[in-house]
Design a protein around this ligand. Structure first.
Ligand code: ATP
Ligand code: MG
Length: 354
C-alpha cells in the first residue's frame, strides 16, 4: 500500500507536479483506489488486512466522507467472501416502514402489494458480507431484530413462519457517536457491544493532511480521464491552501471540489484562483481577506453570513465566560451545534482568560 505513488512521492517537487511515479508492485486490487500514506491511514490499511480473513463484526466510525464505504468494500474484497455478494443497506435513507422487509424479505400476502415472496438483503448476502450503513439511525424495533440475527444468525421473513438461517459477515458504519447514543437511550446497549467487536475509527481529513496532495493528484487524474482532459499541475500556493483548509466534509468534499475544477477549467495548472472562496479565505489573515472588506471584488453572501455567525458566537461565549451550555442557551441553539461551530471556526478561549 505504500507504493501507490512511488517511494519518493512525498518529496516537495512531486507535491506540485502532475507526474505520478509508476506503481512499483501492484497493490491488492481491494486498495487500488484508496489513497493513504500517512501513519493513521497506513494503520487502517494494516487493520483491514488483519481483520479481512476472519468473520468478526466490524464497526466503522468516522465523520461523513472519511471513507467508511470504501473501507467496508475493501474489507469484503480482501476477505475469503469476496466472490459472494456485498450487500449494503442504508439504515438512514430507507423509509422506516420498508426497512424490515428490506432486511428480512416478506411472504406473499404479508401486506398490501406483497404479491409474491421476496428475499431480504440478509438472505441475499448469504455467504458474503452485509454492510449496515448509518446503523445509528435504526429504530428501536429494528434494533431488536437485527440483534437476533447477529446473535443467532436467523430470522423470519415478514409474514412468514419459517426460520431462515444466514451466514453473512457484518460490517456496520456510523458517523454518530454511538456510545453517546447509548447513554441517551437511543441505541441498545446490547446491540452496541455486539457490533463493537472490532471498531475502526477513520480519521478526519484534517487529521491526516499529509495525504491531501496524494488525494488531489488522484482525483485530478480520475476526473481528467473521465472528462478526456490533460492532468493539471497544482501551483504550490494552491496546494498550500488545499492543505490548510479544514475539509469538514472530508475526502468527499475534497473530491467534489477537484471534480468541479476539472470540469469547469481549461488550462494546465490549478492555481489559487481556481479554488472555491472558502478555501482561498485562508490566504490572508481575517480582516484582510479577499472580499471581506467589501473591496473591488465585493463580499460574498456566504462569507458575510459566516463572519456574522462567528461574531455572534464569540460574543455569546465571552458573555458566558466560555460556558458552552449557557452560550448555547443564549444563542438558542443546541450545545452540540455550538460545539460543531466552535470547531468549524476554530474558536479558542483567549489564553489570558483561563
Ligand atoms: N482514502 C481515500 N482514497 C480515495 N478516495 C476516497 C478515500 N476516502 C474516501 N474516498 C472517496 O470519498 C468519497 C466519500 O467516501 P465514502 O462514501 O466511503 O465516505 P463515508 O465515510 O461512507 O461517508 P458518509 O458517512 O457520508 O456515508 C467517495 O467518493 C470515496 O470514493
Ligand atoms: Mg457512507
Amino acid at each position: 500500500m505504500d507504493s501507490y505513488l512511488g517511494k519518493n512521492s512525498m518529496s516537495g517537487s512531486n507535491l506540485t507536479s502532475n507526474k505520478i511515479i509508476p506503481i512499483a508492485s501492484s497493490p491488492p486490487t481491494a486498495f487500488k483506489d484508496i489513497i493513504g500514506q500517512s501513519p493513521p491511514m497506513k494503520s487502517i490499511f494494516r487493520m483491514v488486512e488483519k481483520v479481512a480473513g476472519s468473520d468478526t463484526t466490524i464497526m466503522l466510525n468516522g465523520e461523513t466522507g472519511t471513507g467508511k464505504g470504501v473501507i467496508a468494500r475493501a474489507i469484503h474484497e480482501c476477505s475469503p467472501r469476496r466472490s459472494k455478494p456485498l450487500i449494503q443497506i442504508n439504515c438512514g435513507a430507507t423509509p422506516e416502514g420498508l426497512l424490515e422487509s428490506e432486511f428480512f424479505g416478506y411472504r406473499r400476502g404479508a401486506f398490501t402489494g406483497a404479491v409474491a415472496d421476496k428475499p431480504g438483503k440478509f438472505e441475499m448476502a448469504n455467504g458474503g458480507t452485509i454492510f449496515l450503513d448509518e446503523i445509528g439511525d435504526m429504530s428501536a424495533d429494528l434494533q431488536v431484530k437485527v440483534l437476533r440475527v447477529l446473535e443467532e444468525g436467523e430470522f423470519e421473513r415478514v409474514g412468514g413462519r419459517e426460520t431462515i438461517k444466514v451466514d453473512a459477515r457484518i460490517i456496520a458504519a456510523t458517523h454518530r457517536d454511538l456510545e453517546e447514543e447509548v447513554q441517551k437511550g437511543h441505541f441498545r446497549e446490547d446491540l452496541f457491544y455486539r457490533l463493537y467487536v472490532i471498531p475502526i475509527m477513520l480519521p478526519a481529513l484534517r487529521e491526516h493532511k499529509s495525504d491531501i496532495p496524494f488525494l488531489v493528484h488522484h482525483f485530478l487524474e480520475e476526473f481528467a480521464r473521465k472528462n478526456q482532459k490533460n492532468v493539471m499541475k497544482v501551483a504550490p500556493e494552491a496546494m498550500q491552501l488545499l492543505m490548510n483548509y479544514p475539509w469538514y466534509g472530508n475526502v468527499r468534499e475534497l473530491k467534489n471540489t477537484i471534480e468541479r475544477i476539472v470540469v469547469l477549467k481549461d488550462g494546465n495548472t490549478l492555481g489559487a484562483d481556481d479554488l472555491p472562496e472558502k478555501v482561498r479565505m485562508d490566504e490572508a489573515p481575517a480582516g484582510r481577506r479577499r472580499g471581506a472588506s467589501g473591496g473591488e471584488e465585493g463580499i460574498s453572501f456566504q462569507t458575510a453570513v459566516s463572519e456574522f455567525e462567528k461574531a455572534l458566537i464569540l460574543s455569546a461565549l465571552e458573555k458566558t465566560n466560555w460556558v458552552k451550555n449557557r452560550a448555547a442557551d443564549l444563542l438558542q441553539i443546541k450545545r452540540t451545534t455550538l460545539v460543531e461551530k466552535i470547531k468549524r471556526y476554530q474558536l479558542e478561549k483567549p489564553a489570558g482568560d483561563i
